[in-house]
Write a protein that binds this ligand. Structure first.
Ligand SMILES: NC(=O)c1ccc[n+]([C@@H]2O[C@H](COP(=O)([O-])OP(=O)(O)OC[C@H]3O[C@@H](n4cnc5c(N)ncnc54)[C@H](OP(=O)(O)O)[C@@H]3O)[C@@H](O)[C@H]2O)c1
Length: 329
């Protein structure tokens, strides 16, 4: 099979030098796992971190990167697998996605509806899984709440806008350009803030008539997190999703106390083990929404597996809107 191999970590962002397209034997299938003929793989910001050795779960080279795939089930070595050989599926994996074949935990495999193609499916599980489960189960977002989504046109951000709208929240989207905000609006944002031009704190305060945000979905980190913390409503929740800015915010405990607000960390990766049944219920809802036409993955571009460096650079240069996808044929 063709596979992208990380032969050394790319501390200098020079992915071209460290990622090699190789012909390899397919991976072994162990108990509890499913083999998938990969049609497409989603590219995540976490791939850029893993390849630099900066992700929380470190991998030692050589390894095949790639956290999510879509394709067809080739072989099953699990009695309780939620799929059969020949099924069209999407799946989440710790590594190995950027290859023509991939083995994944049976519990991380989800059937694809007939109306969903492999490109859409490859960009679905991590972004929508993170946003819906995080907003619903961790931040307890309710209909009528005001939700602020930072980085609202990114992979996870755009799905948070869609999920927030579908849960019934008023959605305020923040992003760094007019084009990004335009897509966030198309996906259901009620209000837009360009954080390169406007004062996020002041605009949120004005938009909410002084009430502030009930929930802030934050995959960006840095100053925007600490700024927006000050504009959370009483009993508001900051959902800490990631640090695409490269800066981990230091949360002032005094503000948490005085304003009665909570900061909630959320790692979707961990919850796949903590609450697999809850994750499956979340996917059922998300896929119902997809079939009904209520949400749809936004695909920025599709590239061949061999163009993996270009895909990663698109994310790091903040050019991507929605998902970047690699295909195997
Ligand atoms: N907690 C979890 O379970 C979980 C799951 C998935 C992802 N994440 C995390 O969420 C974050 C976003 O992931 P993603 O895959 O959605 O990434 P993405 O598609 O690249 O989106 C990241 C967004 O962050 C903004 N950003 C601000 N500063 C940036 C910078 N210096 N470099 C790049 N982007 C910057 C960009 O929007 P503007 O240009 O508009 O600012 C961009 O749209 C990452 O930190 C990732 O690790 C966490």
């Amino acid at each position: 099979m063709r596979a992208i191999v990380c032969c050394s970590l790319s501390k200098d962002f020079n992915f071209d030098k460290n990622l090699i397209l190789q012909e390899l034997p397919p991976p072994n299938l162990s108990e509890g796992y499913v083999r998938i003929a990969v049609q497409a793989a989603g590219v995540n910001f976490a791939d850029t971190l893993t390849l630099q050795g900066r992700y929380q779960d470190k991998l030692e080279p050589p390894f095949i990167p790639g956290f999510e795939v879509s394709g067809v089930v080739l072989e099953i070595h699990a009695h309780d697998a939620p799929c059969r050989v020949g099924d069209r599926v999407m799946a989440i994996t710790r590594s190995g996605g950027f290859a023509e074949e991939c083995v994944v935990r049976a519990s991380d495999v989800f059937a694809i509806p007939d109306s969903m193609d492999f490109i859409q499916a490859a960009g679905f599980p991590i972004a929508y899984g993170t946003s819906y489960y995080g907003l619903k189960m961790r931040a307890h977002l309710q209909a009528g709440d005001v939700l602020v989504v930072h980085g609202a046109a990114g992979g996870v951000g755009l799905t948070a806008v869609e999920c927030g709208r579908l849960i019934g929240a008023t959605v305020i989207a923040t992003a760094g350009s007019k084009d990004k905000l335009k897509i966030a609006k198309e996906r259901g944002a009620d209000y837009l803030i360009n954080y390169r031009q406007e004062n996020v704190r002041e605009v949120i305060r004005t938009l909410t008539g002084g009430h502030g945000a009930d929930v802030i979905y934050d995959p960006v980190g840095g100053t925007i997190s600490t700024e927006s913390l000050r504009v959370l409503a009483p009993n508001g929740r900051l959902l800490v999703v990631g640090f695409a800015s490269g800066h981990v915010p230091q949360i002032p405990a005094n503000i948490m106390m005085v304003k009665n607000i909570s900061c909630i960390g959320f790692s979707f990766n961990a919850y796949r083990t903590i609450d697999p049944a809850g994750i499956r219920i979340a996917f059922q809802k998300l896929l119902e929404w997809f079939v009904a036409g209520d949400l749809c993955p936004y695909i920025h571009c599709t590239l061949d597996l061999a163009e993996v460096s270009k895909a990663l650079e698109t994310l790091l240069a903040r050019r991507a809107i929605g998902k970047v996808i690699l295909t195997t044929n």
